[in-house]
Design a protein around this ligand. Structure first.
Ligand code: SF4
Length: 76
């Protein structure tokens, strides 16, 4: 089994369009028409360690990862 059980959201208010997540995991993160990152279908296929690293490295701290209990992980 691949992937992880997390739910992922992007905070459009704090995404600074750095492109880091989109570059690191194309398909899992994609730019929308406003050049803000959104979550793509492939996010469920990302390895847990990679997802958490990308979320942690987001310069806008805009990637929110929810655990199975619905509580956001404290990544920062
Ligand atoms: S890494 Fe963060 S700030 Fe950069 S595009 Fe992705 S969500 Fe936006």
């Amino acid at each position: 089994m691949t992937g992880h059980g997390y739910r992922v959201e992007i905070n459009r208010e704090t995404c600074i369009s750095s492109g880091r997540c989109v570059g690191d995991a194309p398909g899992a993160f994609v730019f929308d028409d406003d050049e803000l990152a959104t979550v793509g279908d492939a996010v469920s296929e990302l390895a847990e360690t990679k997802l958490l690293r990308i979320a942690r490295d987001c310069p806008g701290e805009a990637i929110i990862v929810y655990g199975a209990d619905g509580v956001p992980l404290q990544l920062h």
